[in-house]
Design a protein around this ligand. Sequence first.
Ligand SMILES: [Fe+2]
Ligand SMILES: [Fe+2]
Length: 169
Amino acid sequence: MSEQVKRFIRVDHAGEYGAARIYAGQIAVLGRGPHAAQLEHMKAQEQVHLDAFSDLIAKRRVRPTALLPFWHVAGFALGAVTAALGPKAAMACTVAVENAINEHYTAQRDALAGDEAALRETVEQFRQEELEHRDIALAEGAEQAPGYRVLTGLIGAGCRAAIRLSEII
Ligand SMILES: [Fe+2]
Ligand SMILES: [Fe+2]
């Protein structure tokens, strides 16, 4: 297995771990409100994504990122803080995160060659589910969140930095 594929599995595991924590943070704040079912649906899909990459980490003996304890806290905090700003801010967070993940998975999919067809298919399937999350968030009025552009700009930049760090650390 190439170093590139190891890096892909490491960063995807980290990203799905963080995503599950973001939704857990949102549910901690909004879990009794009208968005509960949607948030639970998205969190359940993130858990499937995370389980798939946890399996790959174990089966293919890839070292997980050393930053998992940090993503544990930072992911939950991002979800909880944006949810505390209101449901539309929580949805804006989802748009920013899922857009960043979509770019990331698109680049990976395009880089994965024939001998990694199964991984390529996994990445593509998850990418489509991330887009579904983004579309749910847009349908819930994410763009009406106060400070939408600043909020999504900051969160998107944070995600891209987190992706770069998790590839190497
Ligand atoms: Fe995911
Ligand atoms: Fe997602």
